[in-house]
Design a protein around this ligand. Structure first.
Ligand code: PLP
Length: 261
């Protein structure tokens, strides 16, 4: 049996709950070999983001060359990309190496409000990365910013957003319902043909730091292992639901999810 590999291209969370650290923990738990290309460093803990130090695009390219020219990968995810120069670099390298199974987590704002993607970069993300994505995983505010839709609240509005993002080139769209209100956290998967709703009882907690990163990383690990998109998304939903419902109780703010759960 050959080992399956997954690459994350994302920012570092020094607190270990989100970003690169969450991705690598998730890859490890789901049995794939994890590799990482850093796009930005954050000085961060459970109470907030205190500083952001972006990596020069040429050095993002150098890291991607180092990983992809030697190890290769069965799947890749992108998280925090910060600016349009980094986005264009990452898109160029994904195409150059023909990287399969690309999961785009369109990270924009941290839960505490700190920007993780500059406003000028939203269009670059739509133009350069959406058309490469096997799966894109926006939450509701990210889906609003990407599509330009004013408010996405109802299931019909979620379907409309999914149709738009599919039309713009993403092969599969998962709109995450975690930011909605109600007793269920319902995500919507659209593959251009049918809509599948994935529902889980809402666990009322403040400790959801890193959920988006972890969910997208779990999808990436599933695709790297040879699962279909539907199977990978279903496994990721189970993984994140368990991670949220067994809080670790560390830090003084929004605590991290539990990758061991
Ligand atoms: N920090 C980094 C480096 C991230 O990649 C992310 C991912 O979304 C976050 C912070 C956001 O974490 P959250 O909004 O879950 O607190």
């Amino acid at each position: 049996m050959s080992i399956k590999k997954a690459l994350t291209v994302a920012g570092s969370d020094s607190g270990g709950g989100a970003g690169i650290q969450a991705d690598l923990k998730t890859f490890q738990e789901l049995g794939v070999y994890g590799m990482s290309v850093l796009t930005a460093l954050t000085a961060q803990n459970t109470t907030g983001v205190y500083g952001v130090h972006p990596v020069p695009p040429e050095f993002v390219a150098q890291q991607m060359d180092a990983v992809l020219s030697d190890l290769g990968t069965n799947a890749v995810k992108t998280g925090m990309l910060f600016d349009s120069a980094i986005i264009e670099t990452v898109a160029r390298k994904l195409k150059e190496y023909g990287v399969p199974n690309y999961v785009l987590d369109p990270v924009m704002v941290a839960k505490g409000g700190a920007p993780l993607l500059l406003q000028e970069a939203v269009d670059a993300m739509k133009e350069h990365l959406l058309p490469l994505a096997m799966v894109v995983t926006p939450n509701l505010p990210e889906a609003e910013l990407l599509t330009g839709m004013e408010k996405i609240e109802t299931h019909e509005q979620m379907r409309e957003a999914a149709r738009i993002l599919h039309e713009w080139g993403a092969q599969n769209v998962v709109i995450k319902g975690g930011h909605s209100t109600g007793d269920f956290a319902t995500d919507l998967l659209y593959d251009g043909r049918e809509f599948v709703e994935l529902s889980a009882a809402r666990f009322h907690t403040e400790h959801t730091h890193g959920t988006g990163c972890t969910f997208a990383a779990a999808i990436t690990a599933g695709l790297a292992s040879g699962k279909t998109v539907r199977e990978a998304v279903e496994q990721a939903k189970q993984f994140i639901t368990a991670a949220i419902s067994h809080p670790l109780g560390i830090g003084h703010g929004h605590g991290p999810t539990n990758h061991w759960a």
